[in-house]
Design a protein around this ligand. Structure first.
Ligand SMILES: C[S@@+](CC[C@H](N)C(=O)[O-])C[C@H]1O[C@@H](n2cnc3c(N)ncnc32)[C@H](O)[C@@H]1O
Length: 286
């Protein structure tokens, strides 16, 4: 091993144990163009429910969402819309959709499908933390556990702005992660594997994954080290996920001017289409 390789590997040896939430990174590199291209393939795969769920699950969730939009004339804002699979389905029913996401390949796909199929939806490549949400929506939604990946103060601020984006009587639909599921992630065991290619790299690499649970902040932090097998170069990624107790979330929603808060075991209709580790929460703007 050359001195250069040794010093690169030293970045792994010198890592903080346990990881400090948000210190090594805040989320997966969704907005990295190359990562975004690789993850788009997973979004669209009908073999698994990672990145986006399979169409059968999305269809079941769309029935739940469509029941909360006025017939055929609704306006829906999808926060972290990914490749736009939900808004495409709602547009087929006659609703107008606006999707926000910072993953370039996902937004490109969402726009291409909307244009090809002449669907009434628009997509913007923006970061939710700074994007303008607009106003007057019948439904604002933030699905697939994405609320939990923001630090609590940012999540509260996002919920307040999501509430403001609703028309009076409009519904906020959340699909947060169950607190115990977040904790299970953080208490998992470290793993390493060698891959010819994967989400983090298109080249042969060694992937080290370490989860941590921080009791004080009730946060799971996952850290990945990606070691390129040809060069020995090391890249680090990290994602922290907050465990939200349902009553704390409900309190935050009430402070954001929302009421009629309802907890749903799932946004889908049956066990076959329910998503493990997630639940549904709806709230109405007064
Ligand atoms: C698990 S995917 C879910 C996508 C979509 N909701 C679905 O279920 O098909 C999470 C999405 O959140 C987006 N995302 C995460 N943090 C974001 C941020 N700060 N601003 C915009 N998009 C973000 C990612 O780019 C990714 O497309």
């Amino acid at each position: 091993m050359t001195t250069n390789e040794a010093s690169r590997l030293a970045t792994i040896a010198g890592r903080a144990i346990p990881a400090v939430p948000w210190q090594d990174g805040d989320n997966l590199p969704w907005n990295d163009p190359a990562f975004s291209e690789r993850v788009l393939v997973e979004h669209l795969s009908q073999d698994h429910d990672r990145a986006s769920r399979r169409q059968q699950v999305i269809d079941a969730q769309l029935r739940f969402i469509a029941a909360r939009v006025p017939p055929t004339t609704g306006r829906v804002l999808d926060l972290a819309c990914g490749p736009g699979l939900y808004l495409h389905g709602l547009a087929e029913l006659g609703h107008h959709g606006r999707g926000l996401d910072f993953a370039p390949a996902a937004i490109r796909h969402a726009r291409t499908v909307a244009k090809t199929d002449v669907l009434d939806c628009e997509f913007e490549e923006v970061d939710l933390r700074t994007a303008a949400f607009g106003e007057g929506y019948d439904v604002v939604m933030l699905l697939f556990g994405q609320l939990n990946v923001f630090p609590r103060s940012i999540a509260r601020e996002l919920l307040t702005r999501a509430g403001t984006a609703l028309a009076p009587g409009g519904t906020l639909i959340l699909e947060p992660q169950l607190a115990e599921s977040v904790r299970d992630t953080g208490e998992g065991i470290p793993t390493w594997e060698t891959l010819d290619a994967g989400l983090f790299s298109p080249h042969p690499h060694l992937l080290l994954h370490e989860p941590f649970w921080d009791t004080a902040s009730r946060t799971a932090t996952e850290r990945w080290h990606v070691v390129d097998l040809a060069s020995g170069a090391v890249k680090r990624h990290a994602m922290s996920t907050c465990a939200w107790e349902t009553d704390k979330l409900a309190e935050t929603l009430r402070k954001a001017g929302l009421e009629q808060i309802e907890v749903h075991s799932s946004l889908a209709s049956d066990e076959e289409t329910a998503s493990a580790g997630l639940f549904g929460l709806t709230a109405v703007r007064s």
